[in-house]
Design a protein around this ligand. Structure first.
Ligand SMILES: [Zn+2]
Length: 138
């Protein structure tokens, strides 16, 4: 392992690592530091977002057996050539619902994928939001 080359002005040149939650899109600190030394060529930013990870709130829901349904506008989203929708191409509507993995198949007719979230078109997320609201009332 080679050593870090110190920046002549900023030394270790630390930056606080952040992750972005793929469910809600919020950035949060991961309690990690990166020492950029001279790599950055300039003073490191206070925060650097380096990867996707579930925020504490959505990690708990995932651990408790829920899958997140993230509403997107399919007409405004950018799809990959294979038809998949990546995080960067998703045009989020702000609609978000969580359902138990155990009822996923009853609702969608397919096995629940082993991932923390899926994108759903805004029409579906509107209906789910109404259903979720009705469940909270009863
Ligand atoms: Zn989140």
């Amino acid at each position: 392992m080679s050593g870090i080359i110190l920046h002549p002005e900023y030394g270790l040149n630390p930056t606080i690592i952040r992750a972005m939650c793929p469910v809600c899109g919020k950035e949060f600190e991961t309690n990690e530091l990166a020492l950029l030394g001279r790599n950055k060529g300039r003073k490191a930013d206070m925060y650097t977002t380096t990867h996707y990870d579930l925020c504490p709130e959505h990690k708990k829901l995932n651990d408790d057996g829920y899958i997140a349904l993230v509403g997107v506008d399919s007409r405004k989203s950018t799809y990959e050539p294979d038809g998949n929708l990546k995080l960067e191409g998703a045009y989020r509507t702000g609609k978000l619902a969580h359902i138990r993995r155990t009822v996923f198949k009853d609702m969608f007719g397919s096995e629940c994928p082993n991932i923390p979230m899926i994108f759903v078109d805004s029409d579906i997320s509107d209906k789910l939001e109404i259903m979720q609201r009705e469940q909270e009332i009863t």
